[in-house]
Write a protein that binds this ligand. Structure first.
Ligand code: CA
Ligand code: CA
Length: 145
């Protein structure tokens, strides 16, 4: 893994944004992806900081999910807001992290992120179904640190 500039191609980035759109047609949950080069912090701790920097707590149902990747540090985390945490078990996040890791090991980063996003969308559908009149509360664009 090198730097964030090389982490995703333009095409891969579009594929991920598309996956977020698809996932958000299943659920009122809002998914974001943030990538940066380095962090000194444990990834989940840094993900929490980024979550607040991106004001991801500003969803009606507190159901934002952040996919966080520190490229050079080779760390990543998935963080769900409190609305989600009361519904899903720790096993769910572990399973998604395992899925991502299995692709990251093959350096198929975008594939791992894409598939995990789609699975999270499917899972959130159970608890936070998509509803008519849904708004895009959080941007689907990938943010960079
Ligand atoms: Ca939405
Ligand atoms: Ca969105």
């Amino acid at each position: 893994m090198s730097k964030i500039e090389d982490f995703l191609t333009t095409v891969q980035e579009q594929v991920i944004i598309k996956a977020i759109e698809v996932a958000e047609k299943n659920t009122s949950g809002e998914i974001r992806v943030h990538i940066e080069n380095n962090t000194e912090l444990p990834p989940l701790e840094r993900a929490l900081e980024v979550f607040h920097l991106l004001e991801m707590e500003k969803t009606n149902l507190r159901n934002g999910v952040l996919f966080y990747v520190a490229v050079e540090s080779k760390k990543f985390a998935i963080l769900g807001d409190e609305g989600i945490h009361t519904k899903v078990t720790e096993n769910f996040w572990d399973a998604e992290k395992e899925l991502m890791l299995s692709y990251f090991k093959k350096e198929e980063f975008s594939k791992g992120i894409e598939l995990a996003i789609l699975e999270v969308g499917n899972k959130l559908k159970e608890f936070f179904p998509y509803q008519l009149g849904d708004t895009d509360e959080l941007s689907n664009e990938i943010s960079r640190g």
